[in-house]
Design a binder for this molecule. Structure first.
Ligand code: ADP
Length: 476
């Protein structure tokens, strides 16, 4: 097995705020059959350390950006983890990125610079004889690794995966010394971004190779509409960027064995889950329309404001909606108001992994009306659990859902519905189409069966990552 280091701010099942964690948690098992053994370096958040009984220190740092730190090694549920135990940075109540009142931790720049700093040290110097052949970085929180690696003689190839280009890790120039960055590199070729420090830009400029989590998003990133101010940087690195679709962990997300649901093998087996879900959300199991669900962060990206406008297209036909989500306060309030005012709409504000499983299992349809979506995982869970995905035609959503037009239905390949992104009228039309298909039993069951058959695991993507790893390290 060949050693590689993965550096990330989240990793399921230990700590998760979104799809990034699922992917970081799944990559080691996906790459193992390809001959690569990944160790994952994670921040030692309070909640992570609480799960790390038996972790042993393997590296000591007297002063890591203002306090002592250690790296602990532990194996958990098949994951080979390195935990950065730096109490002054990570031992806090709250989420990985936000304090109790929902604001970014004021020292997020330092916290994740420290993660990158230690990632670079381990990459360059190894750890007790263990020497990674390459480093795989995830999003801005790990994107300063190539910058810190510049101060070492040892050259280690780096791959930066962009899970979401909307988050840049921006901070002020005055933080440069505290982050131990080289002032000479504060240039447009380095990590300078319109007078600020951008961790993501450092990685986009400095990593040996770049990937993103779907082929469509890779193309979209080159455009001003999707590049979020970094499209020029992306264009300059076009030759080094590829899009590799995320898979899901089909051992965890398996409708036949999932302990959180009433297991099922065919669409018909969903009925008990549907009834339980209706009861859970106070909805009726006996209306003529489909039971649609949303499991999502509540942010502008996800297009759920548009869904509020389009919702009557579903409810007027006897459809219902159950939403589980948390995030921006105004959106939470708008959805709570909709649940109060509209029969057939029920909302749960919060984050609940087990409930999310029950929702995919019980739903007739899963709605993902994102304005942009690097890959998206919820539509993949939907496919696997026989819930028909209704998604915006963008990024990874476009790459994973085959629209049920007449031709696709005739050829037996349709798995869901797609609509133009960022457009409430298009979404309304898609909901009407959904109700029409739902009312046509033969077609509906075929759609569900097609969905459940679609491969959503890592089989196609692992070899693509392995090829990249192998090319970078100069082996067959
Ligand atoms: P993003 O990473 O942009 O949030 P993805 O679709 O890639 O979107 O991944 C979202 C992941 O987080 C999925 O695994 C989804 O089931 C989960 N998720 C999102 N919101 C919630 C929630 N409120 N409760 C439980 N799981 C959630």
């Amino acid at each position: 097995m060949r050693p590689a280091l993965s550096v990330a701010s989240e990793c399921a099942p230990l700590v998760k705020t979104g799809g990034l964690a699922d992917v970081v948690g799944a990559l080691p098992a996906a790459l193992q059959p390809e001959g690569w053994a990944l160790r994952t370096l994670l921040p030692g958040y309070r909640a992570v350390l609480a799960q790390c009984d038996g972790a042993a220190p393997v590296l000591w740092l007297d002063d890591l950006f203002g306090g002592p730190a250690r790296v602990l090694a532990v194996t958990l549920g098949g994951l080979d983890l390195l935990i950065l135990d730096a109490p002054h940075l990570f031992d806090r109540e709250g989420s990985p990125y936000l304090d109790a009142s929902g604001n970014d931790w004021v020292d997020n720049d330092l916290r994740f610079a420290a993660l990158s700093f230690v990632g670079a040290q381990i990459a360059a110097e190894g750890l007790g004889g263990w020497q990674p052949e390459l480093v795989h970085l995830h999003d801005w929180q790990a994107a300063l690794v190539p910058e810190y690696l510049r101060s070492y003689a040892h050259d280690v190839p780096t791959i930066l995966t962009i899970h979401n280009i909307a988050f840049h890790g921006l901070t002020g120039y005055e933080r440069l010394a505290a982050m131990r960055l080289d002032p000479e590199r504060f240039t447009p070729e380095g990590f300078e971004y319109y007078g600020h420090i951008s961790a993501l830009k450092a990685g986009l400029m400095g990593a040996t190779k770049l990937t993103t989590v779907s082929p469509s998003y890779a193309r979209e990133l080159e455009t001003p509409a999707f590049g979020m101010g970094l499209d020029g940087v992306i264009r300059s690195r076009r030759a080094d960027l590829s899009g590799i679709l995320n898979g899901i962990d089909t051992a965890v997300w398996n409708p036949e064995t999932d302990p959180m649901i009433r297991p099922f093998r065919t669409p018909r087996g969903k009925a008990a889950n549907r009834a339980a879900l209706c009861a859970d959300f106070g909805l009726s199991p006996d209306v003529p329309g489909p039971l649609a669900v949303v499991v999502s962060r509540l942010s502008g990206q996800k297009g759920l404001d548009l869904l509020l406008d389009a919702l009557p297209a579903l409810t007027d036909r006897g459809g219902q909606l159950a939403l589980l989500g948390a995030g921006a306060r105004p959106l939470e309030n708008a959805w709570l108001a909709a649940a109060r005012d509209m029969p057939g709409v029920s909302v749960r504000i919060g984050y609940d992994e087990a409930l999310s499983h029950r929702m995919y299992a019980g739903a007739d349809a899963v709605l993902v009306p994102s304005r942009f979506e690097p890959c998206g995982l919820t539509q993949l869970y939907a496919l696997r659990y026989g819930a028909v995905p209704v998604v915006a035609q963008t990024g990874g959503l476009a790459d994973t859902v085959i629209h049920a037009n007449d031709a696709a239905l005739r050829r037996g390949v349709a798995t869901g519905l797609t609509h133009a992104p960022g457009d409430a009228a298009a979404l309304r039309h898609a909901l009407t189409h959904l109700c029409d298909l739902y009312a046509t039993p033969g077609i509906w069951t075929t759609l569900q069966r097609n969905a459940m058959k679609q491969p959503v695991d890592w089989t196609a993507s692992s070899p693509q990552y392995a090829r990249l790893y192998n090319n970078l390290t100069g082996s067959a």
